[in-house]
Write a protein that binds this ligand. Sequence first.
Ligand code: FES
Length: 105
Amino acid sequence: MIKLCSYSDIPEGDAKGFEIQGKKLVALNYRNEIYIYENSCPHRSIPLEWQPDQFLDYEKTFIQCATHGALFKIDTGECIAGPCVEDQLNKIAFIRQGDDILIDL
Ligand code: FES
């Protein structure tokens, strides 16, 4: 297991991008639960964001791909609108140890 970040690095309602061991990831804090996904849109297998750490739609209720606007549920990664509906983001398992978020890639 390796440390991705601290729990407190991701404020509630926000998202943060990481690159670790050559893999791009996004971690989100939604209603005080952490979700981590591979930062790769299932439509074209490219990163979701254009601007650093900008992964959410305007209302911050969905993950939004910056390229063609696909929307994904934050808690499941399921695509609910856009060109890859019913596909989903690849969820990354993690454990929380104190304030540390640890992942196994
Ligand atoms: S690359 Fe994400 S919606 Fe097309």
